[in-house]
Structure formats: C-alpha cells, structure tokens
Design a protein around this ligand. Structure first.
Ligand SMILES: NC(=O)c1ccc[n+]([C@@H]2O[C@H](COP(=O)([O-])OP(=O)(O)OC[C@H]3O[C@@H](n4cnc5c(N)ncnc54)[C@H](OP(=O)(O)O)[C@@H]3O)[C@@H](O)[C@H]2O)c1
Length: 281
C-alpha cells in the first residue's frame, strides 16, 4: 500500500483508507471484521464523524481499533452546528469517548456553517496544544472558504480538505485541487464510488475501465480508485462493510496506471464545466 505525506503533517498516510458512513447499519460483527481486515491490508486511515449514526459509527470504529490504536490514522469531524469554540471542544471530547481513545490524528469541520471559522480554528489549536488532536482540517470547502482559513490560521496549519470526488463528479479539479496543491493541503476524496452510483459495464465509461482493468489483471473499482489518487496530494476513503470489498479496495493501493490510461479515463469521464458552488453529498 503506497503511503504519502498528509498535507504538511509529518505523517505518511495510505493513499486508500476506509470510510464509515452507514457502517453502523451493517451487521456489526461483519463491519468490525471488515475494518480490522482493512487495517491488516494497510487501510489504516479510518474516517468517521459524530454525524454518522449520531455517534454509532464512532462506536463501531472503537471496537474495530481496540488494541490497534497505534496502527490507525484516525479522523473524525465536528458538525457545523457544534463548531463554536466551546462546542468544538465538547464535541471532540464526546468523539474521543465514543472512539475510546485519547487523541485523533486529524479533526475536521464537516462543512462550513454559521459559527465564525475563527472560533472553530481556535478550538482546533487548543485541542492540538492539549494533545487531543495531532492535526486539523476541513471538509466540503471551496476556494473562498479555504482562503479564509489561511487568512485566519496562516500557512501550514490546515492539513486537509475532504471533498466529494469520483469519476462522475470531478468539480474539485477546476480550482480546489490546484489551490490545495499550491498550499500543500491534502485532498481526501469522499464517496469515491459515487455512494452507490458506480459506472456500470454497459456504459462507455464502464467499458474503458474494464479494458484498463483487464490489462492489469485488476478490477474496475481498483482502476477508478487509482485514478482518483493519481496526484501526490490525493487520498481516497471508500467505505466497505464486506470483506471482499475491503480486499478489492486495498488492491488499488499498488496499481500503477500509465499516462495513456489516465488520459483514456479522463476522456471517458469528462470533467464538465466549473459549477457555481462546490457539490457535496
Ligand atoms: N465529509 C463528508 O461530507 C462526507 C460525505 C460522504 C462520505 N464521506 C466519507 O467518505 C466515505 C465513503 O463515501 P460513501 O460511504 O458515501 O460511499 P462510497 O465509498 O462511494 O461507496 C460505498 C458503497 O460502495 C460499496 N463498495 C465498497 N467497496 C466496494 C467494492 N470493492 N465493490 C463493490 N462495492 C463496493 C459499499 O458496499 P459495502 O458497504 O456493502 O461493502 C457501499 O455500498 C464515507 O463512508 C465517509 O466516511 C464524507
């Protein structure tokens, strides 16, 4: 599993990680087994949030990482309505308790909300000083909001921006990715399989993926994941509650696509024009 620097943090993180949205709806034992198998296979970036199952996903993660905390790059998120300075501190304590750990590797603001960003960032910095988080980031932030973060925090503090990114939704390539590259901010692709809308083999795009997959003795989903992490600031966090899905996703971490194959995929799933606002799920 390829690992790379996560923004300006001094941590190397696997290019493919594990999402946990709706993991609490799956059979609990299977979901925990899948997360643990993911860790065995190097999918050590686990993404969760206080929102998922109103905390239930964090509790599933706690069981999965029990006894293995040191292996994990653990990320959780504060809801915008909780993201005042005091509210962020309290939300983090609740997440730590549910996750049964004393620290997060990265703590994110789930999307921009009504509380002033300065308050959330002040809380993140407090949490960092207290050793409760190692780094912080944002999610669903377009360039103007990212600029505000840098104005408040300065360069080098924002670790990542977690955003919607899959073959059929490439809006972040217009401005968010270039901005994050310029500022050394990691971009984490969420819903990399389109949250259940993966291109079928009957579509022209699906056929292109299949042809490339066959050339590598890989699968179409492995090809898709590798395309999404083709630049050095990119990471992806597919969610999988089934063991066979976990193994397949982990296999994407070592696949190498040629420039010609990347161009083929690029043409099969056109970028589209820049939308007025950043799409989110
Ligand atoms: N920051 C945000 O606002 C935000 C928003 C959305 C998501 N996220 C994060 O991103 C993660 C991933 O996104 P997502 O959960 O929306 O959707 P996703 O990862 O695009 O798709 C998940 C679906 O794909 C299936 N799947 C996974 N691997 C597969 C494989 N190899 N073959 C066939 N099917 C496979 C899963 O099935 P099984 O579960 O049955 O294995 C599940 O139904 C979330 O879990 C969450 O952590 C963040």
């Amino acid at each position: 599993m390829e690992r790379r620097w996560f923004g300006t943090t001094e941590i190397q993180v696997p290019v493919i990680g594990q999402g946990t949205w709706y993991i609490d709806s799956a059979d609990r034992r299977s979901a925990i087994a899948a997360l643990r198998r993911g860790l065995d296979l190097g999918l050590t970036h686990i993404d969760t949030a206080e929102m998922y199952g109103s905390g239930a996903a964090e509790e599933v993660v706690a069981e999965a990482i029990a006894g293995r905390r040191e292996e994990v790059f653990l990320v959780s998120k504060v809801l915008p309505q909780n993201a005042s300075q005091k509210g962020t501190l309290a939300a983090c304590e609740r997440s730590l308790a549910r996750l049964r750990t004393d620290r997060l590797d990265c703590y994110l603001l789930h999307w921009p909300g009504r509380h002033p960003l300065g308050e959330t960032i002040a809380a993140f910095e407090d949490l960092k000083r207290a050793g409760k988080i190692s780094s912080w980031g944002v999610s669903n932030f377009d360039v103007p909001d990212l600029e505000t973060v840098i104005q408040i925090a300065g360069e080098g503090h924002l670790a990542c921006n977690q955003v919607l990114y899959h073959l059929q939704e490439r809006a972040i390539e217009h401005a968010v990715i270039p901005w994050c590259e310029k500022h050394s901010v990691a971009v984490v692709a969420y819903s990399p399989f389109g949250h259940g809308r993966f291109p079928t083999p009957r579509t022209s795009g699906g056929r292109v993926l299949k042809q490339i997959a066959d050339a590598h003795q890989a699968t179409v989903r492995q090809v898709a994941l590798q395309f999404l992490v083709r630049r050095s600031i990119l990471f992806a966090i597919p969610k999988a509650a089934r063991l066979e899905h976990i193994a397949e996703n982990a296999g994407a971490g070592d696949l190498h696509l040629t420039e010609a194959e990347i161009t083929q995929i690029d043409q099969a799933f056109p970028l589209g024009s820049r939308p007025g606002h950043l799409p989110m799920l």
